[in-house]
Design a binder for this molecule. Structure first.
Ligand SMILES: Nc1ncnc2c1ncn2[C@@H]1O[C@H](COP(=O)(O)OP(=O)(O)OP(=O)(O)O)[C@@H](O)[C@H]1O
Length: 251
């Protein structure tokens, strides 16, 4: 199975590093939440890790050929506009492109992957609908389904639950955590620290381009990190339903 190994990864914008000497190992079976305030460098780190932008240092995925990368990693970018008026089923089917030859029609394995992704994202009833005619949250779920249909061992997602209603936020985070339990590697940037604490096996905290904490959610979301990095005071408790996190006040 494919892991993600970043070694001394840096990205410069002008003279300043916006990702600064990041070394990180993520293994199959982990659901890692990438957290940090606006501008911390989360998107830039993920794009560099995927080889989508110029960087210094090494990423085990960026160094693959583009065909290998497309089979190894699914990418859900932050911008989620669907521009083409194709059916939901057709759009989700695009996730199978790395597994198909040029002009090849979807085979039984592709159909099964598309149907499973539609079912997992509760989109079966939308399969024939025009994707551009769905609500913003529904479109977001369609794009997650496309990434699931890719069946890549690595899923990297940039704020995938932004704009989803609370039930679908929980459902989607549970799907990511289930994918990790099935042996895939999930790296997901999140601003909802409560859902990050509840569904991620590990949190990685970025601040001004650097990794400043990495570990179990309760350890990373300590009062010192919250105040120093997020400028926040928060309530956090372990309950029988898992960790509960509530931001209280700006400090
Ligand atoms: N193309 C660019 N040119 C110049 N600066 C950039 C560019 N892209 C990003 N930056 C800067 O790099 C820094 C990191 O941006 P990035 O988008 O990675 O942050 P982020 O942690 O994902 O933030 P957010 O939570 O707001 O999405 C920011 O200060 C941003 O302004």
């Amino acid at each position: 199975m494919t892991g993600l190994s970043l070694s001394h990864l840096s990205v410069h914008r002008g003279p300043c590093p916006v990702v600064d000497d990041v070394t990180l190992e993520v293994k199959p079976g982990e659901c890692v939440g990438l957290i940090g305030p606006n501008g911390a460098g989360k998107t830039t780190l993920m794009r560099a890790a995927l080889g989508l932008i110029a960087h210094k240092g090494d990423s085990s995925i960026a160094r693959l050929s583009s065909a290998e990368r497309a089979r190894a990693a699914a990418w859900l970018p932050q911008m989620r506009e669907i521009a083409w008026p194709v059916s939901v089923e057709t759009l989700v089917g695009l996730g199978r492109t790395p597994h198909m030859g040029p002009a090849q029609r979807p085979g039984p394995l592709d159909r099964a992957a598309i149907d499973a992704a539609l079912a997992r994202m509760e989109l079966a009833q939308f399969a024939g609908r025009r994707a551009t005619a769905l609500s913003g949250g529904e479109q977001a779920r369609v794009l997650i389904a496309r990434a699931l249909a890719q069946e890549a061992p690595v899923l990297i997602a940039d704020e995938p639950i932004a704009g989803l209603d609370p039930a679908h936020q929980i459902t989607t985070m549970r799907i990511f955590s289930d994918l990790a339990a099935e042996g895939r590697l999930v790296l997901v940037a999140l601003h909802d620290l409560g859902l990050a604490a509840r569904f991620c096996t590990r949190l990685v905290l970025m601040h001004r381009g650097r990794l400043v904490a990495d570990g179990e959610p309760a350890d990373v979301l300590n009062s010192d990190n919250l105040a120093r990095v997020f400028g926040l005071r928060a309530f956090m408790a372990e309950t029988e339903d898992g960790p509960v996190f509530q931001p209280l006040e700006v400090v």
